[in-house]
Design a protein around this ligand. Structure first.
Ligand SMILES: Cc1cc2nc3c(=O)[nH]c(=O)nc-3n(C[C@H](O)[C@H](O)[C@H](O)COP(=O)(O)OP(=O)(O)OC[C@H]3O[C@@H](n4cnc5c(N)ncnc54)[C@H](O)[C@@H]3O)c2cc1C
Length: 445
């Protein structure tokens, strides 16, 4: 029986015919050449934390977890080159040991660096683009087995697009990342009404390095989260912190979620109780330890990027629709803010952005709620997070990305036989992979 691959939320799985774990770039090259000559396609997985069908394949599945660790730190200490399979938690520790840190991160650190960056994973803060904007250069093995070093001076158009390419340009083996000197963050959290937050959020964004909020459906309340650089000493983990981060936000929330699953009519009440339970607290720690939070409760998620100026209207419309249709949802809605960037397939391409993420506890029906929220996002120029659930395919996506055709042309150059496509990507990109059976032949639909 072949190895079973399943993603974190359990929404996707596959049994690939071959499961490969190359340990160096030469082995990656040999693998790609072998797949190409035998007409096999291959997909690469990071830590399987995407909710969509980006990874599943019945052919060859590759993991680069043996290609991990810090390769080198530049002499000026402004960049670090890391192997693609490095897990974000390990990367944080390795950089910290060098007195360095990433300028920003998302809210977990379980992903592989290349997996996280390939879908445009983001954190929050008006001054920061998606994490892919931290890439200064990358080494990638294309669909013919050729190794390229890409950066702003070397094939800069391919480099620009390869920063968010969903594993469709090739297997990234190394990444050169911009780094900051290690820093500490003071994290402060507390509650506020949604009405006030919609008045204050721009102010918060300009005053704080990182700002986001969790909106509790049907409660009119949010939990604000602010982080700012500080010279205060890092604190040892306190018992109160464990109580909030692990016991309340995970174990108690898991219990609440089970109640909501068994008795869906309790969702609104549970959301209101969760909002009431938010207390004011603060902590100081090294940046990589502040960004990362524990996520022990499994869920499904859809997240959309919208232009920042539409944020308030979109939240109001979501609120109205929820009030009208009373969706059975108790999970907080996460609202974050990201700077514009120039990466062709970045949801934040060319615009100051807000990201809104809706979640549903694993095992509860999510389609109706996600569909209703997606209608609102799409009516406001929404672009989906590539790693999270959405319903869009090529025709609709191509209208939302000004450089869509350029991206597809570059992808065809990097992977002339379509060996990095799977059925999900074929739909997403609007191409068919008849080519894989006979290298050199490609069919556009
Ligand atoms: C609990 C949870 C919390 C999350 N929090 C955030 C968050 O705060 N912010 C956010 O934006 N997203 C978040 N996400 C989404 C997540 O960051 C993305 O889906 C990310 O892409 C997952 O990384 P991964 O290593 O698991 O990669 P996978 O999901 O395994 O793969 C993702 C993509 O990367 C490609 N890929 C992997 N390795 C390589 C490689 N070496 N070369 C080329 N392509 C490669 C794969 O082919 C695939 O297309 C979260 C997800 C979960 C489950």
């Amino acid at each position: 029986m072949s190895t079973l691959w399943r993603n974190w939320s359990g929404s996707e799985e596959c049994r690939p015919a071959a499961y490969e774990q190359p340990a160096d770039t030469a082995a990656v090259q040999a693998l790609i050449k072998r797949c190409r000559s035998s007409g096999q396609s291959l997909r690469v997985t990071g830590a399987a934390h995407s909710f969509t069908g980006l990874v599943p394949t019945d052919q060859t599945l590759v993991t680069l977890h043996k290609l991990a660790g810090l390769d080198q730190v530049s002499e000026d200490r402004k960049t670090a080159t890391v192997w693609a399979g490095t897990n974000l938690r390990t990367l944080g520790q390795l950089l910290h040991a060098e007195g360095l840190a990433q300028e920003n991160l998302g809210d977990i650190d379980a992903q592989a660096i290349a997996g996280a960056l390939s879908t445009g994973t983001h954190g929050t803060g008006a001054g920061f683009g998606t994490l892919s904007t931290q890439i200064e250069g990358l080494e990638i093995v294309d669909g013919t087995g050729q190794v390229h070093w890409l950066d702003n001076h070397n094939k800069s158009d391919v480099f620009s697009a390869a920063r968010i390419a969903l594993g469709s340009f090739g297997l990234i083996t190394r990444m050169k990342l911009r780094t900051d000197p290690a820093y500490r963050l003071e994290f402060v959290t507390g509650k506020e009404s949604l009405n006030d937050v919609l008045i204050n959020f721009k102010n918060y964004l300009s005053r704080h390095r990182n700002y986001e909020f969790y909106w509790f459906p049907y409660s009119g309340m949010v939990q604000n989260k602010f982080s700012d650089k500080t010279d205060k000493p890092a604190q040892a983990h306190k018992a109160t912190e464990y109580l909030t981060d692990i016991v309340l936000e995970n174990y108690v929330f898991k219990l609440f979620s089970e109640i909501a699953r068994i008795f869906p009519s309790t969702c609104e009440k549970i959301s209101q109780i969760s909002a009431k339970a938010v207390s004011t607290s603060r902590k100081v720690n090294w940046s990589h330890q502040v960004y990362a939070t524990a996520r022990l409760v499994r869920f499904q998620e859809m997240e959309y990027n919208i232009p920042r100026e539409a944020f308030k209207d979109v939240v109001r419309l979501m609120e109205k629709r929820m009030a009208r249709e009373r969706f059975r949802v108790h999970f907080p809605i996460e609202c974050r803010f990201v700077a514009a960037d120039d990466i062709p397939l970045s949801p934040a391409y060319g615009r100051e952005s807000a990201y809104i993420a809706v979640h549903m506890y694993k095992g509860m029906p999510h389609r109706e709620f996600f569909q209703a929220m997606e209608e609102i996002f799409l009516a406001h120029e929404g672009r989906p997070h590539w790693g999270k659930m959405h319903s869009l395919e090529a025709t609709e996506l191509s209208k939302r990305y000004p450089l869509w055709d350029n991206f597809q042309n570059l992808r065809e150059q990097m992977d002339p036989d379509g060996i990095f496509l799977n059925p999900y990507l074929e739909k997403l990109f609007g191409v068919r992979k008849a080519a894989v059976q006979r290298p050199g032949l490609r069919v556009q639909v």
